[in-house]
Design a protein around this ligand. Structure first.
Ligand code: GCU
Length: 680
């Protein structure tokens, strides 16, 4: 039975004889130009793949001129065998790009996989193996690709005691207790999985940071991981607790302008680089949700970030500073607080600082309108923070494929700085010329046998890597790639699983937070519905986010309300200020709307809300039926795992629908439409 451990790298025997006849000779006669740790990693992968696909080990040749068929190397190493035209084409791909295709030399033809650097060759090999597994390899076709984003990063929210904040797949895979002495083979498999989808950076620790990770003892442990990841092109980052100078440095202050504090960080950073010469840098959450930061000393975010950036600068390190800042003690709409803080600081951050902004202004809700900081600041490096772990999207019991949600965000037009600007074009650095580009995703990985708890959680890890590599990829294509690698290439499986995946996000939005509703989940654990009184603080107390009353429902963020809409470009603010013009999916995010307001399909708002919740439940049942029809096609263990979880998902969808509709009915005082399943 397939326990899912091997992820999308579970190479299957090649059954197509024609394909086999193309692949086999290549794996029989491989020549590497030179040697380095990345080529060793490639060889390990080829050994594994070849044994699974062909039942035998590949053969490596030491002599290029003797019987070689597959060449692997860098552009420089292969320069004598490449035409000038080929060389310049490959060079144009940038440092992480690769080219693969046929090369003719002295009347013989060879297949070559070439990177500008060894890591490019690694990416090319993974892409080639992927094409074999998905039955699309054609040696006559030339293929080249390169990432559009420089830093493609996982953010682990892993604590040093191995609990994972918002993690639903077991404990942290970083076994700090046994490191540095014991090296879990899982670390290598983790690196392989990431490299195979182009992820090249990982922050190991929770953004709610523990300063101890910066002590020498932990550095020795981190070094082991960094050494394992290096051949796979992956750099390690750590979260830096802003008050570390006090906690582990013996100082009385963490004031970023204090000379002793600066000296602490400089020394600490130098020490880290003495262990890890290619250390990526720090990721910092400051002055948000109780985390320490520069505000304690009357300093702003730029002063805080720049001080750390200065310590990293001599080593080429990057300082990633999060824009997820808000204080519940501040009366200002939480939606607006990041823009209020960072807007005035635009242009004040050092060149090696990136501001990491969540996709929306509240917090990874099932659907959020884009964060208004995108396009609002143009003189500062900005990067994306997506959440792969499904904190608000059913955690590890719900099948929700996130690529469509991310695609929607990436394609959103911000109208700033130009009328054609999209979130993707900002992230790619096209709008500002920013060189340091970043897409980060909060990891959904843990010690569960299949890494992500839900088998389909793997598709979100996969999709994240692919979209961080190329933000213009379509979710449909990504789903197809993952399905073929995970379940094989049968057309029926492909079309049915694809249908399930591509409809799953809209279904979840329908049964959780349709029409722009948000932040109505259970308090603190964020699991299941909780639109009623929560208490604890003002923004957790109903009806803060939904504002339901006898007249209607929704959060007024127009100029009559909080005014958050004015933080967007005038084109957006204007269109979205009108409840008839705003895309309906954001209606209640920005407007307080009467229960009898007529929505686009002609229903009243109240009936529309009920229909959405009802549709969400029905969609899950449809997903169940589609899955059930695949029983004979899917590995029994995987089939049953997903079948059971879909049952849980159905129960949860009903729970959301019933709870939310019955609760909102206490305000609307209207009956449910007769043709929906009546909530009880
Ligand atoms: C959410 C999440 C927290 C997390 C925070 C963050 O609020 O619930 O657990 O710490 O985001 O992104 O910093």
């Amino acid at each position: 039975a397939n326990d899912g451990y091997k992820l999308w790298l579970d190479y299957r025997p090649i059954s197509n004889s024609q394909l086999k006849s193309h692949v086999e000779p290549l794996l029989n006669e491989i020549y590497f130009y030179g040697d380095n740790p990345t080529y060793q990693a490639i060889k390990n992968e080829l050994n594994l793949a070849s044994q699974k696909m062909l039942g035998k080990v590949p053969i490596y040749s030491k002599d290029r001129l003797q019987n070689t068929k597959l060449w692997i190397g860098t552009r420089e190493q292969l320069s004598q065998t490449l035409s000038l035209d080929q060389q310049s084409k490959i060079k144009a791909l940038g440092e992480d790009g690769y080219w693969r295709g046929n090369i003719e030399l002295d009347g013989k033809s060879f297949y070559a996989i070439i990177g500008n650097q060894p890591v490019g060759a690694l990416y090319g090999v993974y892409n080639w193996l992927n094409s074999i597994q998905s039955n699309t390899f054609d040696k006559t076709i030339e293929l080249a690709d390169n990432p559009k984003i420089k830093i493609r990063m996982l953010n682990h929210w892993d604590n040093l005691d191995r609990t994972v904040e918002r993690g639903y797949a077991g404990f942290s895979i970083w076994d700090w207790h046994k490191l540095p002495g014991y090296v879990d083979p899982r670390y290598t498999d983790y690196a392989r999985a990431n490299a195979s989808i182009g992820i090249n950076a990982v922050s190991l620790t929770n953004v709610n940071a523990n300063a101890l990770i910066l002590t020498t003892d932990f550095m020795k442990k981190v070094k082991v991981l960094a050494d394992i990841f290096r051949p796979y092109g992956i750099k390690v980052y750590l979260t830096a607790r802003f008050s570390a100078p006090i906690q582990i440095g013996g100082l009385k202050t963490a004031d970023p302008l204090d000379p002793e504090v600066k000296a602490f960080w400089k020394k600490k950073t130098d020490e880290i680089y003495s262990f890890i010469p290619d250390f990526g840098g720090f990721l910092v959450k400051a002055n948000s949700e109780g985390q320490p930061g520069p505000h304690e000393y009357g300093r702003n975010h730029a002063e805080g970030a720049n001080m750390l950036a200065e310590a990293l600068e001599p080593h080429g390190g990057v300082l990633i500073w999060r824009a997820f800042v808000y204080s519940h003690e501040d009366d200002v709409d939480r939606h607006m607080q990041a823009n209020n803080e960072f807007g005035p600081l635009d242009g004040q951050f050092k060149d090696n600082v990136i501001i990491q902004i969540k996709n929306g202004a509240i917090d990874f809700q099932p659907r959020e309108p884009v964060h208004p900081l995108y396009g609002a600041i143009t003189k500062t490096n900005v990067g994306m923070e997506f959440q792969i772990t499904q904190e608000y999207l059913g955690q590890a019991t719900n099948l929700v494929f996130l690529a469509p949600m991310w695609e929607e965000v990436l394609k959103t037009k911000t109208f700033r700085p130009t009328p054609t600007t999209t979130v993707a074009s900002i992230l790619e650095g096209k709008e500002s010329g920013q060189k340091l580009t970043l897409i980060a995703g909060v990891s959904n990985i843990g010690t569960d046998q299949n890494w992500t708890g839900h088998l389909f959680g793997q598709s979100n890890w996969y999709a994240f890597g692919r979209q961080a590599w190329d933000p213009s990829l379509e979710s449909k294509q990504i789903a197809e790639e993952w399905i073929k690698l995970t379940f094989g290439t049968k057309p029926e499986v492909l079309s049915k699983v694809e249908e399930i995946m591509l409809e799953s996000h809209e279904a979840a939005v329908d049964y959780m937070t349709p029409l722009g509703l948000h932040h109505i989940m259970g308090r603190s654990h964020h699991y299941g519905p909780g639109p009623w009184v929560m208490g604890g603080r003002a923004d957790w107390t109903a009806p803060y986010y939904h504002q339901a009353d006898s007249l209607g429902i929704g959060f007024d963020r127009t100029s009559n309300g909080s005014g958050a809409l004015e933080q967007y470009a005038p084109e957006v603010a204007k269109a979205w200020s009108d409840p008839h013009e705003i895309p309906e999916k954001y209606l209640l995010w920005f407007h307080h709307v009467p229960w009898d307001f007529e929505i686009k399909d002609g229903n009243t708002l109240w009936d529309g809300i009920a229909y959405h919740y009802d549709r969400g439940v029905k969609e899950v049942r449809k997903m169940q039926q589609t899955w059930a029809s695949l029983e004979s096609e899917i590995d029994p263990a995987q089939f049953d795992h997903v079948r059971q979880l879909l049952e849980v998902q159905e129960t949860e969808a009903e729970w959301w629908r019933n709870a939310c509709l019955l609760y909102f009915q206490t305000f609307s005082k209207r009956p449910f439409p007769a043709d929906i399943e009546q909530p009880e």
